[in-house]
Design a protein. Sequence first.
Length: 81
Amino acid sequence: MYSNDWHQREDALVRTFAFEDFSEAFAFLTRVALLAERHGHHPEIHNVWNRVTLRLTTHDAGNSITEKDEKLAAAIDALLQ
């Protein structure tokens, strides 16, 4: 199960992550990209300096939250542990 740090907004799971600097944020994004490829499900990404916001929704299901989003959110959470 994914953490309570994810919030449902406009039929998507959304979470913002804060890092010490841009390099750490970008390294996290690289890990997310590799993970997303393995899951075959890709987040919408917004990155400004040390902040990364991820938005998960399943476009094939009419832009709604599905099990694919929940599984990817949980896997992203695991990257930080």
